[in-house]
Design a protein around this ligand. Sequence first.
Ligand code: ZN
Length: 441
Amino acid sequence: MINPERKQPKISPKLSLVTLAISVFLSQAAMANTQVIHAGELLSVPGKAPLKNHTVVIDDGAIIAVKKGFIPATTFASDATLIDLSKSFVMPGLMDMHVHLQMELGPDNTADTVKLSDADVAMKSVHYAKTTLMSGFTTVRDLLSEPEQMYALRDGVEKGWIDGPRIIAAAGISITGGHLDADGMAPDLLAMKSSKMLCDGPFECRKMTRKAIKYGADAIKVASTGGVLSNTDTGTGQQMTNNELKEIVETAHSLGRKVASHAHAAEGINAALRAGVDSIEHGSYSDKESIKLFKKTGAYLVPTLLAGATVVEMANTSDFMPAPVKAKAIRVGADMLNNFTTSYKAGVKIAFGTDSGVSKHGLNAEEAVLMYQAGMSTADILKSATVNGADLIGMSDKLGTIEVGKYADIIATDSSPLNDIKQLLDVDFVMKGGKVYKQNF
Ligand SMILES: [Zn+2]
């Protein structure tokens, strides 16, 4: 889990000489960390109108003030650093609720499963994490990777050893032969590579959920239906049973973890929503009942339009996909888009998510362009990628807006993505937790 922010100690009025010396040292250290941003346009709270000419004050990685006008940096601390974004559009860091930081889809994927060591995979994920952060995404939810390496990546980023976004790392729990189980290999290799988190029946699913959390999962991912990229002709209908889903959700929630369900067909979407999942990933074939259930439960739809567009293109222009995958890709990719428009118009809550890893890392913002083309307003897109993401992972108190008390996760673009969504494809400034990772001005 992401550690809560460390607080500066309070200075008591009665201090011994030693504690006084320590306090002076600490307050100087705090002062040295003061940064002041002059924002030409500031989208402090996505969903509300942007503010003109504002000053954001950051101390020790957190936002401590947001004020009208351009106030000189030295007003806040004699050695404060001024970051001049007075000609830019400034907003909270983007959040992607569906990525796979250990892979990128391509012809070598099957060979890689036997050629690459765990260490190789971990190194790849370090590279993809940095690419993601540099494109303006300061928080991601990884929805299925090799768990140990992913937890190590998450913790390495959190400690500041590795440049990457904040990572909410989910463990994928699958039924035997389900979408999150390994497939498409010789039986002896398959036995070795089979998912470590398989469960069949509610009792096993309860135990596996507890186990996943014991070993470090921040969230649980399940697949209530088949998937496009599983190399079996099992379709996209419901796979995990109602009682398996219910048991996983109840167990995860009782241990303070959210549950995301991959789901394409309506019966699987509805079963997962009835079981109480917090988000539906893809949601390609929602029906009227699904929309009702989304609204009743308050679950989010994470549309992953970019994954749909990517697999359609790959199916049409390359020949590495096995026949069942190719057929599913072409069918589901297009349907995903129509479903998104219907769900958005019906008022289903949307959280931004790309399934990056299917598409290339660092191109995450292309999802925003697809959402716009499918009829979503720019204001709602920006909200889905900030405020809604923070809500979905239960971190609204720390992430999603530029307000006092939040982590200083801040990005900037040349001009307003509210007027031109493509601005998100070219993020020029990236700050996470008060540290500047990119400044192209
Ligand atoms: Zn995925």
